[in-house]
Design a binder for this molecule. Structure first.
Ligand code: PSV
Ligand code: MN
Ligand code: MN
Length: 424
């Protein structure tokens, strides 16, 4: 299913008048508008290959139809998103759910869609057919050296795939942990994991990064071997400068102050980037911004302040990715909503009067600080984001356009109604 330029132009034309009214209304009150628009145009959020199909729950899976059946169709789907919002210019692959057998052809297809390859993800939380050793009791932390070796070799193989595609980071999430007190020795598990990570780290090309994700619980319910940002940071510090901590918003215990975590990781030069999603209870993987958009804004506020203090490039110096998928929505519509929510939080944070906020902090003026933050948060920045999209050749209202063009119906016609994308 191809989106033609003239279809985008016609659609935008039909909304042009009302867009201009809304845009001029907000534009009048913003200092440094051209720089802000440029930052919004530059900002890109990677799409995980596993979010393109309808996610399952542990109780069942209701396939949505027209789902991508292979890596080529996944790239095509990200291409569709990027054509609409011009902010989804990369894909994050997950091995072995995606096997990029013919790297040259896959790269060429991605280039056609203006898509690059973000971090590659390994998988040692599921057993694969024909695998010699089981990950039932963990992978890199396993008590059995043979299991650890198998998991290390898998990660090194994932790096090799990534190198062929032009990716430059290995993203690693371990399910390793324990379900019952006494099941494992915490220090033993940590040391085994560190030894394993050191071997993987040694296999990284010079310009690569190792992103270490943490998660409080699930699938293990008593302990997780990389259970929080402190544990991830310990590994990252022991490993060296290429290793950093990846923050997945859903991987914290309830009410954790994620913005504070982010601020300190950034200060230490150890923040790899993000897996964006939203949640009410745990690792719910809901659409970004659907539950707690204020927290997302506060995170972006810390990011911008911290990145600017270190003269970092917002668009390129951290990894920005969505990690959300569920059972209810059309996955492409869901991803359009997630990207939009990220752009909204980013734009609002760009509007924060940092100098005034710093002065309020210096004076311990909590009232002024709140006023400054909430003034930015309560600004309706959607016309700014739409304008940035327009300038980049995208669509003024992506979800509306997607429905009007009946994109899902087109994909179902091409791929069939009973399709199951590889993934969770
Ligand atoms: C499992 O919690 C998870 O969602 C992690 O966040 C990983 O990033 C993802 O799966 C893919 O491995
Ligand atoms: Mn994640
Ligand atoms: Mn997760």
């Amino acid at each position: 299913m191809n989106i033609e330029k003239f279809q985008i132009a016609e659609f935008n034309q039909s909304l042009q008048q009302s867009h201009e009214r809304n845009f001029h209304h907000i534009a009048e009150n913003i200092n440094g508008l051209p720089e802000i628009l440029q930052k919004l145009q530059d900002f890109q959020v990677a799409i995980p290959s596993w979010a393109l199909g309808t996610g399952g729950t542990r109780f069942g899976r209701f396939s949505g139809g027209g789902e991508p059946r292979n890596i080529e169709e996944k790239i095509t789907d990200v291409g569709l998103l990027h054509a609409l919002n011009r902010s989804s210019g990369s894909i994050s692959l997950h091995i072995p759910w995606d096997i990029p057998e013919n790297a040259a052809a896959i790269k060429a297809l991605a280039a056609q869609h203006d898509i690059r390859f973000d971090a590659v993800n390994s998988n040692t939380f599921q057993d694969q057919p024909g695998q010699a050793h089981s990950y039932k009791f963990g992978s890199l932390h396993h008590t059995d050296k043979a299991v650890r070796k198998q998991a290390i070799e898998h990660n090194i193989e994932v790096i090799r795939y990534g190198v062929e595609l032009g990716s430059n980071a290995l993203s690693l999430w371990l399910a390793d942990g324990s379900c019952f007190p006494g099941q494992l020795n915490f220090r033993g598990a940590f040391k085994h994991t560190l030894d394993s990570l050191q071997e993987i780290y040694a296999a990284l090309p010079s310009d690569w990064k190792l992103w270490i994700e943490y998660k409080a619980y699930e699938p293990n319910f008593y302990s997780t071997t990389i259970g929080d940002w402190g544990q991830s940071l310990l590994f990252a510090n022991k490993l060296g400068p290429k290793a950093q901590t990846l923050v997945d918003l859903g991987h914290h215990l309830p009410n954790a102050n994620i913005e504070q975590i982010v601020s300190l990781l950034l200060m230490e030069g150890k923040l790899a980037g993000f897996h964006f999603n939203d949640s009410k209870y745990g690792d719910d993987d809901l659409t970004v911004g659907s539950i707690n958009p204020y927290q997302l804004f506060l995170i972006f506020n810390e990011l911008i302040e911290g990145m600017d203090a270190r003269s970092m490039n917002h668009a390129t110096d951290l990894g920005w990715m969505i990690d959300a998928s569920h059972n209810v929505k059309d996955p492409l519509e869901d991803l359009l909503q997630s990207v939009e929510a990220i752009m909204i939080a980013y734009a609002q944070a760009l509007l924060v009067d940092t100098k005034a906020l710093q002065a309020a902090q210096q004076d311990n003026d909590a009232v002024a600080a709140q006023e400054i933050l909430q003034h930015a948060y309560r600004t309706d920045v959607r016309p700014l984001i739409a304008q940035a999209r327009l300038l980049s050749g995208g669509v003024l209202e992506p979800v509306y356009f997607y429905r009007k063009l009946k994109v899902r119906e087109g994909l179902i016609k091409e791929r069939g109604l009973k399709t199951v994308a590889t993934g969770l």
